[in-house]
Design a protein around this ligand. Structure first.
Ligand code: HEC
Ligand code: HEC
Length: 212
């Protein structure tokens, strides 16, 4: 019986789509998105958005507004350089219209993310501390303040980071810190990561992979 209730609880959580996401999805066509995904994006992100290669982020269960923003940011606009640089994604996304990007985002948002686990036993506590409390002595804010206590993010601005590959998360944190990824509005992630050491970045990335 206990086990059965657990299962029910799992289902309820998985199918709860935040209201802001529902509004986005209702104006897009996930079926059209799925067609593009299964022919093009699936090679690297898998058809259900649960990539199995650590450098390719999982897109399943991500907030559609965030996904659509990233796709727009990967696209160069009127000859200007793209706001987010990725040689792979800049080339691929060029082919798609705003409507198609919205359809793709709606499709991925509806998929269920397969989680991962934290792998470094020695740094889990340290990672959790940074995630939940930051480090007040140097003004490092808690990740949870923006990404939520369980890493589910908050639509429309704050992405889900729970269950993402630690390698991808770490690469993004380093990229924000180095000022290479600059598409975060109000420099939010650049201001956070500039205060982080390599050890903190590693520990929190590993911790986040195991969040659900
Ligand atoms: C050849 C492999 C490849 C293909 C094909 C590919 N991607 Fe990607 N994608 C990547 C990589 C690598 C990244 C990470 C880029 C970085 O490091 O910033 C990425 C990142 C993304 C992100 C950003 C995710 C985040 O969490 O910020 C989105 C959105 C995305 N891809 C959508 C797509 C869509 C839509 C398609 C199909 C039209 C597609 N990708 C096809 C490799 C690929
Ligand atoms: C002040 C709010 C804020 C805080 C605090 C914050 N973030 Fe973020 N984070 C954001 C926003 C906003 C974005 C989306 C940027 C964009 O639009 O590309 C983001 C993006 C990210 C991404 C990129 C996700 C992806 O799929 O590419 C990662 C990883 C991340 N944050 C991890 C963290 C970690 C770890 C911490 C704590 C050390 C943290 N964030 C603290 C606001 C915040």
């Amino acid at each position: 019986m206990k086990r059965f209730l657990w299962l029910l609880a799992g289902v309820a959580v998985a199918t709860t789509v935040p209201a802001a996401d529902q509004a986005f999805v209702s104006t897009a066509d996930p079926a059209k998105g799925q067609q593009i995904v299964s022919t093009v994006c699936s090679a690297c992100h898998n058809t259900d958005g649960n990539s199995t290669i650590v450098t390719n982020p999982k897109l399943a269960g991500q907030h559609p507004e965030y996904l659509a923003k990233q796709m727009r940011n990967f696209k160069s606009d009127g000859g200007k350089p793209a706001e987010r640089i990725s040689p792979v994604m800049n080339a691929i996304i060029a082919a798609y219209s705003e409507d198609q990007m919205r359809d793709i985002a709606a499709y991925f948002a509806e998929q269920k993310r397969k989680g991962d686990t934290a792998k470094n036993y020695e740094t889990i506590e340290f990672g959790r501390k940074i995630y939940r409390a930051g480090d007040q002595t140097k003004g490092l804010p808690a990740c949870a303040a923006c990404h939520g206590p369980a890493g589910a993010g908050m639509p429309a601005q704050y992405p889900r980071i729970a269950g993402q590959f630690s390698e991808y998360t770490e690469a993004q944190l380093r990229s924000f810190r180095a000022g290479e990824r600059t598409n975060d509005s109000n420099k939010m992630m650049r201001m956070v990561t500039i205060k982080m050491t390599d050890a903190e970045i590693k520990a929190v990335s590993d911790y986040v992979a195991g969040l659900r």
